[in-house]
Design a protein around this ligand. Structure first.
Ligand SMILES: [Zn+2]
Length: 394
């Protein structure tokens, strides 16, 4: 299984993996897919079942990748940290749901026992990852958490997400470490609506999401959602048609994500990394494989090294194939470390699938998103120049 010629670095480990066994224990209520059980829905498994992420954590050990990692265990985030984004009424609701042991935290956000406690541990893992990276104890970090967070709103859970992990990590980087310019890149197959909403009118936080067009949340993630009046262009969406594969995603990464990140000049980059755009995922209708996620990570890592001393924190979002999610996550962590130790036994099948090349329709949508980003750039520059001229007494 091993193909690396390098040996593990001993104590000088420069990538952190943050994980708590509670993430594997947490069951998000009783349902089948995204429908709650009852009536005609026979109890089966909710979409965010533990197996995919638990097996990712297991594979990290079994393939030998752990030997390259600084392994960290988080503590639960305090409510003060949560209040940097969430409102009190929602936190009270989560407390009550924990007391009840089940219920729904919002739109398609069923919860099981210890939901709030587990979600607070997830936030704690993200904050710890930020602390480690900003302190320079590691170059980059991966917070392998459940439940996911990128759909969560200020006052409600959405789509299996309870607390807004990446948004809270960004606020923590600001409040605790004085970091002002942050970028959040989201390649989960669903739209990263939480960060978009949280930083809608904030020019210092670039939010950028590549996702399956028009999927979830409904009506969210269109090309023309560009940020509020004070932050026009600080939110970019790249909606891609169902069936998009490796080449389309890499085009989007090189033509939109990398230039937008360079323009933004972030001091810290956060990635919301879901694997539900993988070919084998039950939720997405995309065709990615582990090398796609590896190369997406490479693009962002290179910009981080160029712009912000490599400060990069990857946060786990979706990924619902217990068989395949682990290989996608391991590829991302390998790329963070800069090593190859794990062979993906599925990859030849997915690489050989028709659809990995970009179609004219996909390229058209990427070109449209790139044009929007370029136009914004030009116009914002022109606006800045015009305003400078207007204020110039000469
Ligand atoms: Zn997702």
């Amino acid at each position: 299984m091993t193909s690396s010629s390098d040996s593990p670095p001993g104590p000088a480990r420069r990538t952190a993996l943050v994980w708590h066994e509670r993430f594997a224990w947490y069951e998000a209520g009783i349902g089948a897919g995204f429908a709650p059980a009852g009536g005609l829905v026979q109890p089966y498994e909710p979409v965010d079942a533990p197996a995919a992420k638990a097996r990712l954590r297991s594979l990290v050990d079994v393939c030998g990748l752990s030997e390259w990692l600084r392994l960290l265990t988080p503590t639960a985030a305090g409510e003060d940290a949560l209040r940097s984004f969430h409102d009190d009424a929602y936190l009270e609701r989560l407390r009550q749901l924990d007391a009840a042991g089940s219920g729904d935290a919002g739109e398609a956000a069923p919860v099981g026992p210890d939901a709030y406690e587990t979600a607070r541990l997830g936030v704690g893992a993200c904050l710890l990852a930020v602390d480690e990276v900003v302190a320079g104890d590691v170059d980059n970090a991966y917070a392998l958490v459940r439940p996911p967070g990128h759909h969560a709103r200020r006052g409600e859970g959405v789509g299996s997400c309870l607390l807004a992990n990446a948004v809270l990590a960004a606020h923590h980087a600001r409040d605790r470490h004085g970091i002002e310019r942050i970028a959040i890149v989201d390649w989960d197959v669903h739209h990263g609506n939480g960060a978009q909403e949280a930083f809608w009118d904030d020019p210092d936080v670039l939010t950028l999401s590549i996702h399956q067009e028009g999927y979830f949340p409904p009506g969210s993630g269109a090309l023309d959602e560009l940020g509020g009046p004070a932050a026009l262009g600080a939110n970019l969406n790249v909606p891609l048609p169902p069936g998009s594969g490796h080449a389309a995603y890499l085009q989007a990464a090189h033509r939109i994500v990398a230039p937008a990140l360079r323009d933004h000049r972030p001091e810290l980059i956060l990635v919301c990394s879901g694997y539900d755009a993988a070919a084998m995922d039950p939720m997405g209708r995309m065709l990615l494989h582990s090398d796609s996620f590896r190369e997406l990570t490479r693009v962002v890592k290179e910009v981080a090294e160029e712009q912000c001393e490599g400060r990069l924190v990857v946060i786990q979002e979706g990924g619902y194939s217990p068989a395949y999610t682990p290989f996608c996550g391991v590829a991302v962590i390998e790329e963070l470390v800069g090593v190859r130790v794990c062979e993906d036994p599925f990859i030849d099948v997915f690489r050989g699938m028709p659809g990995q090349e970009a179609t004219p329709e996909q390229l058209g949508q990427i070109e449209a998103a790139a044009r929007v980003a370029r136009l914004l750039d030009m116009h914002l520059d022109q606006l800045g120049e015009a305003m400078g001229r207007a204020g110039d007494p000469g």
